[in-house]
Design a protein around this ligand. Structure first.
Ligand code: FAD
Length: 498
């Protein structure tokens, strides 16, 4: 049996491994010259930067792929569990460290914010309980198969439904839980882990902190790119063939089957033919890891378009500054957040006005804290992420210029030093370039937004209803974006394949 995969994003790579383990002969076609899509990295003037994701959670989903293939994960990939998950900063001088140890974190919130530690413990327990109910129901199965809704886990889910937080907002639940608005803000930020707005997204999204605080936050010893590299190595060891610089330009169909892929390789268009069933097929199965909107719009323009799903509002995007900084900052850790003074207005700007607020929340990631060779001696590699509206044709050059000034001003204030002269190298990624580099609709980081309670049902299924041998994986389809969910999409899709 043969399978073709369109795109070597993390979900495409994971799907290739799962199919190879099942004995498929697998070809992966990737438009870029490198694998990983958003999960890639680059070097610049002596600095190394992870280009996209910086927070690694649920590492067991990566390990699972090595075990599935009968390999020892440690032979390919290693990571550490972080003692401290994040350092938080507010402009009024408040600093807070989120420790992995719940008691230490509880003491910190009591001491710095006057919030009883029990409130924190109750929140994290509630997060674990919600996750436990929803994981089996939503995350490991297709929502689009009757069997998902008619088993024991589903019945348990219905029973817990009123307490899952489907009906209120995340912000509403967090305001009821915590006294101190800073802690509300801290936990509201988890909405951004799937590109949503805490003032709109359902309280059910309070399952997200469970990943970071109860399961843990991790750091791959080679940086985030270690995830991509080790999984590509595993796939290649299993016989998967990767064709880089090879863009799929059209999916040809006949009746209820995909029969042919058109690909463009270094400017040359070739046709990989799939004879129609029941004859021998070159590819028995095609999996698209390309954003589902563009899979339909660009590769299948003549097929029926699932408009309702394709037209859903997209998640937020990101504006990233990669800065080589010629100084070290002991007060900073691997993950750092500098909060906006008006979080509500920041999200109004992002989701209603589709603009960037002048006082944005800044996420600063510094891998050289754990991997010193990512920066020259005495320097640090700063990855600065601002949540940004998705691309609707804004004047990005003007937005970037203004945002750069605002970031420099805010960080300089918080770190009590002028940052501007310390920047010795710079690269920028914005919603336009995210869209261009990974074919993500509107440059959204996580496909459709999860700003309403039906969001899970408004993502495309992991299979096509129209074509029997076409499947979908990646951040734009069920169960959603982010590395763990992308890995699960590969599991769900390949388990559906007969
Ligand atoms: P993508 O990474 O979107 O890749 C799709 C691939 O398909 C690309 O390589 C593209 O070139 C290829 N492709 C598309 N069309 C074609 C075609 N026609 N022919 C051939 N190839 C094609 N997640 C986390 O878990 N933690 C984080 O901290 C985090 N932070 C993030 C920060 C940033 C700045 C970004 C951009 C993302 C972040 N994410 C994070 C989200 C995470 O990166 C994504 O959800 C995930 O990597 C998406 O993987 P994917 O499999 O959907 O494929």
């Amino acid at each position: 049996m043969n399978a073709a995969i369109i795109g070597a994003g993390i979900a495409g790579i994971a799907a290739s491994i799962r199919l190879a383990v099942r004995g498929y002969s697998v070809d992966v076609f990737e438009a870029n010259t490198y694998p990983g899509g958003k999960l890639s990295s680059f070097d610049q003037n002596g600095y190394r930067f992870d280009a996209g994701p910086s927070l690694f959670t649920m590492p067991h989903l990566v390990d699972e792929l090595f075990r599935l293939a009968g390999r020892n994960p440690q032979d390919y990939f290693s990571y550490i569990r972080l003692d401290e998950t994040c350092r938080y900063f507010w402009d009024d001088g408040t600093h807070l460290t989120a420790w992995a140890n719940h008691d230490a974190f509880g003491r910190e919130v009591a001491e710095k914010l006057g919030e009883p530690a029990e409130h924190l413990h109750a929140h994290l327990q509630d997060s674990a309980r919600k996750f436990d109910v929803t994981e089996k129901l939503f995350l490991h199965r297709s929502l689009h198969k009757a069997s998902t809704w008619l088993n024991r886990d589903a019945l348990r889910g219905y029973w817990h439904l009123p307490r899952l937080g489907v009906f209120g907002t995340m912000n509403g639940a967090n305001e009821r839980r915590f006294r101190n608005p800073k802690l509300v803000q801290l936990f509201n930020r988890y909405a951004t882990y799937n590109g949503s707005d805490p003032y709109q997204t359902p309280a059910l999204m309070n399952i997200i902190p469970h990943l970071e605080y109860n399961i843990g936050a991790f750091f791959p010893k080679e940086g985030m790119i270690g995830i991509t590299n080790s999984l590509v190595k595993l796939a290649e060891d299993l016989g998967v063939r990767f064709y880089y610089n090879t863009r799929v330009t059209e999916v040809m169909t006949e009746g209820k089957r995909v029969v042919e892929l058109r690909v463009e390789h270094r400017g040359q268009t070739t046709s990989l033919s799939l004879p129609p069933a029941p004859g021998p097929l070159l590819f028995d199965v095609v999996i698209s890891n390309m954003d589902v909107v563009n899979t339909f719009r660009k590769l299948l323009p003549n097929a029926r378009q699932p408009e309702r799903i394709l037209k859903q509002p997209k998640s937020s995007s990101g504006l990233i500054f990669y800065w080589g900084i010629r100084q070290t900052f002991p007060q900073l850790g691997l993950h750092n957040i500098f909060f906006s003074n008006d979080y509500k207005t920041e999200f109004d700007y992002l989701f209603r006005r589709h603009e960037l607020y002048h006082d944005p929340t800044i996420y600063l990631n510094i891998t050289s804290k754990h991997k010193p060779d990512d920066a020259p001696p005495g320097c640090e590699n700063w990855f600065i992420l601002l949540n940004a509206p998705n691309n609707t044709g804004q004047d990005w050059d003007a937005i970037i210029a203004e945002a750069r000034q605002n970031v420099i001003r805010k960080l300089s204030h918080n770190l009590a030093v002028d940052i501007a002269p310390l920047i010795e190298t710079e690269a920028i990624l914005d919603p336009r370039s995210i869209e261009f580099k990974t074919s993500s609709s509107q440059g959204a980081l996580y496909g459709n937004s999860s700003n309403n309670r039906f969001a899970a049902f408004l993502r495309h299924a992991n299979f096509s209803r129209e074509f029997d041998n076409l499947y979908f994986v990646g951040g734009s389809v069920h169960p959603g974006g982010g590395i763990p969910l992308c890995l699960l999409s590969a599991k769900i899709a390949t388990e559906i394949i007969p």
